[in-house]
Design a protein around this ligand. Sequence first.
Ligand SMILES: Nc1ncnc2c1ncn2[C@@H]1O[C@H](COP(=O)(O)OP(=O)(O)OP(=O)(O)O)[C@@H](O)[C@H]1O
Ligand SMILES: [Mg+2]
Length: 357
Amino acid sequence: MSSDRTERSEIFSEVLKNIETGILILDLVNRIVFFRNNHAEKCLDFMNTSQDFENLSAMMMTELEQIKNPLVSKSTRAIINCDHRTFAYTIYRLEGFKQYVGVIIQDVTDQSRLEAIDEASEMMNNISYVFSGIRHEIGNPLNSVKMALTVLKNNLPKLSKEEITVYLERMSNDAAKMEALLKSFKNFNMFEKPNTVCVDLVEFYESLTQLLGADVRKKRIKVIIDILPEGRWVKVDTRALQHVSMNILANALDALNGVDNPVLRFSGEAVGSMALLSIIDNGCGMSETLVKSAFKPFYTTKPHGTGLGLVISKKMLSQMNCGIDIQSELGVGTTITLTMPRCPPPGGDSAESKIFI
Ligand SMILES: Nc1ncnc2c1ncn2[C@@H]1O[C@H](COP(=O)(O)OP(=O)(O)OP(=O)(O)O)[C@@H](O)[C@H]1O
Ligand SMILES: [Mg+2]
């Protein structure tokens, strides 16, 4: 039995010595390198690191600190670049062996090269997607203006005053389209440095829906604001949240066109340190494909839409550490959920402060 066990540990030890992953075991009490396999030695050679305990523990100081915390079983992955190669190591706590820690070292050069190529081509794809969108969005009205100008230039004496007015109006509409697009680009860079303050969502959405009063009344939309006290106070930039909410509400109002008993509901709750605010409409809804494409620049189903409303909203939200998510069903309606960091109410209303953890 015992010779069986010895044989087994010899086999394991042989495998560990020759495996293509660097393994180190550090003895933190006696301050020695207890075990080091061939691959670890090779990697550390590449890294030009002297392989004694003191030197290794100095190099891995941050990660060793992390696993001193009894709730942490492994450190974050550290990356070391050396001589055009990339190495990654992680330190693991060895359950039941308090004085030892295990270090796994890997040569991730090929993996990081592939990731860098992937990232670069993803970025190029995104840029060319945006460029083709701009070319299309500005190209169309520009061509239309050029055509109208040619007609006017070649036929001016023959055209009646009414006909000339039609062409001029068309050009003015096209110019307005290009102007709207350029304004959207400006919005894209707005609130780059958000000024976050504690905002009361109930008050915020009450006054925002007042602003939309005429539209809401005309379409006979029932507005319900149902925000729980826990999810009521959030830390955001007020102007950015107003911009985002206006985009979402404009979409909801479009979706509610021609719907029987249109309802717009603002529902709020808290999950941990975040508040979830959902803007729910029972409008036309979106197909699965539409939901997937809604955050793509220039994606629109509207004749006069730029398809930038949600893209800009997402960017503004991410600058304030907030998120946005869409859930929708065709013919049933759409729920847009904003995730925002909670904050205790200013002035510390004791009832609400207690709820905020
Ligand atoms: N509440 C909603 N209900 C149904 N469809 C929606 C809703 N919100 C967004 N969409 C769909 O997502 C698309 C993209 O929305 P986004 O706000 O980005 O652009 P847009 O509304 O088309 O244009 P713009 O915002 O410039 O007027 C819309 O064209 C629409 O098809
Ligand atoms: Mg929109």
